[in-house]
Write a protein that binds this ligand. Structure first.
Ligand SMILES: Cc1cc2nc3c(=O)[nH]c(=O)nc-3n(C[C@H](O)[C@H](O)[C@H](O)COP(=O)(O)OP(=O)(O)OC[C@H]3O[C@@H](n4cnc5c(N)ncnc54)[C@H](O)[C@@H]3O)c2cc1C
Ligand code: FES
Length: 425
């Protein structure tokens, strides 16, 4: 072999090694990329999504109907005093059932009526702490009247702030709801807007106590820094747990007094920020916030490549979150309209026939516009107050309800007609 041939062989060997190195690197990146888009990390075993507590929990027994509770503590939680926490103890002092972090309680309240006397209303509030056997905690934001309107302020939230104190008795339905964190060790991104922080607090506190090794990101968006709920607590958790990453996003310029802090970001929580902050991992996203935030963020996450099964969200009121993915759960409005136009909805008890125009509203809104009196509470399929008998015809659900309607009934606040309908209202 001549020295030239030897040189050529050596050069070929080096080139081959380099090519193999490039191919292996490319393969590893490709695996990560597909893992992100399929949301299963090839380097980790695929973990089934399990609820945060086993279905047969070790806490006290659950209950049906409303159970009496006493308020034992009331605390303001933000600088403006617009959010208050209420700590509730069962009147019979029996241990409370475990709940799944993210779930809510339903309250039946007797509030002052505008006509004098009192009237009964039903509202839902998320549990805002990790499960414990002796106390439930809810954190409630005072809802003012819309600016420049003659409408009254929010009845339940103002009643809580002004009339519910330690010693007050409250009637409460057992914890429920489909929006809750799982107990696998999959990394999670919690996204809260405004008072949407409450279920995230429960998830975060539970993860910090029960799963300290789990990677958790909390993106918390508010307009004004003074509106931040339990800020010292959030910072303390992030300081104590290296796996917890806190990002505070302030959207109203000029109100961020602590903007030099490392965890503060200017602007809203959006996908651009998530892309900048998050490493490439198969995160599950839990989102709760105002309707416009969720209506933009959920499709934007899907556009980014996050699979439908990794996006979990809850709205505190009427919302129509459009999802692109074909596998979208029943909890969303599909791209195909569920309802036909030109259908007649007969409200048998009130003797009214109303035309359904296929708009974006619900059967509850149709009833209210047509002067049919239907009691309502959450307007989000959570409390069961608007449950109404279906005498004939079929309905479709715009979102998956948390409350299970009895057979032969439907929840008007989240339903639209599929055929001509006769309802028992
Ligand atoms: C699952 C779930 C969990 C929730 N968790 C929380 C939580 O953790 N913390 C929290 O603070 N909230 C939470 N909410 C929201 C909460 O249930 C209530 O919706 C909220 O407190 C407002 O209720 P309200 O009775 O005070 O207001 P409402 O009396 O229902 O009034 C709401 C708004 O409508 C206006 N209004 C009044 N009359 C009219 C009218 N005739 N026409 C039009 N507008 C009118 C009011 O001025 C007010 O701005 C949750 C909701 C759900 C569904
Ligand atoms: S109003 Fe609560 S379920 Fe319809």
């Amino acid at each position: 072999m001549t020295s030239l041939t030897l040189l050529l062989w050596i050069a070929f060997g080096i080139a081959a090694q380099f090519a193999i190195f490039l191919a292996v690197s490319f393969w590893q990146h490709w695996k990560k990329y597909t893992a992100l888009s399929l949301r299963s990390d090839p380097d980790e075993p695929v973990l089934p999504q399990e609820p945060a507590q086993p279905a047969t929990d070790a806490g006290g027994a659950s209950w049906t109907g409303f159970r009496p509770f006493r308020v034992v503590r009331k605390e303001a939680e933000d600088e403006t005093g617009s959010v208050c926490s209420f700590y509730l103890e069962s009147e019979d002092k029996r241990p409370l059932p475990h709940f799944l972090p993210g779930q809510f309680l339903t309250f039946r309240l007797e509030v002052p009526s505008s006509a004098g006397g009192t009237e009964e209303i039903v509202r839902c509030y998320s549990l805002s702490d990790a499960p414990r056997p002796d106390l439930f905690r809810v954190s409630i934001k005072r809802v003012p009247a819309p600016p420049d309107s003659a409408l009254p302020p929010g009845r339940s939230s103002n009643y809580f702030h002004d009339h519910v104190d330690p010693g007050s008795r409250l009637m409460v339905r057992a914890p429920s709801g489909h929006f809750h964190i799982d107990r696998s060790d999959t990394p999670v991104v919690l996204i809260a807007g405004g008072i949407g922080i409450t279920p995230m607090l429960s998830m975060l506190n539970w993860c910090a106590a029960e799963q300290p090794g789990r990677e958790v990101w909390l993106f918390y968006g508010v307009r004004d820094e003074r509106e931040m709920v339990m800020l010292p607590h959030l910072r303390e958790i992030a300081e104590r747990h290296p796996n917890v990453h806190l990002r505070l996003c302030i959207s109203n310029p000029g109100t961020e007094r602590g903007s030099e802090a490392a965890d503060v970001r200017r602007g809203r929580v959006d996908v651009a920020l998530l892309r900048m902050e998050l490493p490439l991992k198969p995160y599950h996203f839990y989102i709760c916030g105002p309707t416009p935030m969720m209506e933009s963020l959920v499709p934007a996450l899907e556009d980014w490549g996050v699979p439908d099964s990794h996006i979990h969200f809850e709205a505190f009121g009427p919302a129509s979150i459009k999802r692109r993915a074909k596998s979208a759960r029943a909890s969303v409005v599909s791209e195909e309209p569920v309802a036909e136009t030109g259908l007649t909805v007969t409200f048998a008890k009130s003797g009214k026939k109303l035309a359904w125009d296929g708009g974006s509203g619900s059967l509850l809104e149709l009833a209210e516009t047509g002067g049919v009196n239907v009691p309502s509470g959450c307007r989000a399929g959570s409390c069961g107050t608007c449950q109404t008998k279906i005498e004939s015809g079929e309905v479709g659900y715009r979102q998956e309800p948390d409350f299970d309607p009895e057979p032969g009934t439907c929840l008007l606040c989240v339903c639209v007609p599929r055929t001509a309908l006769t309802l028992g209202a």
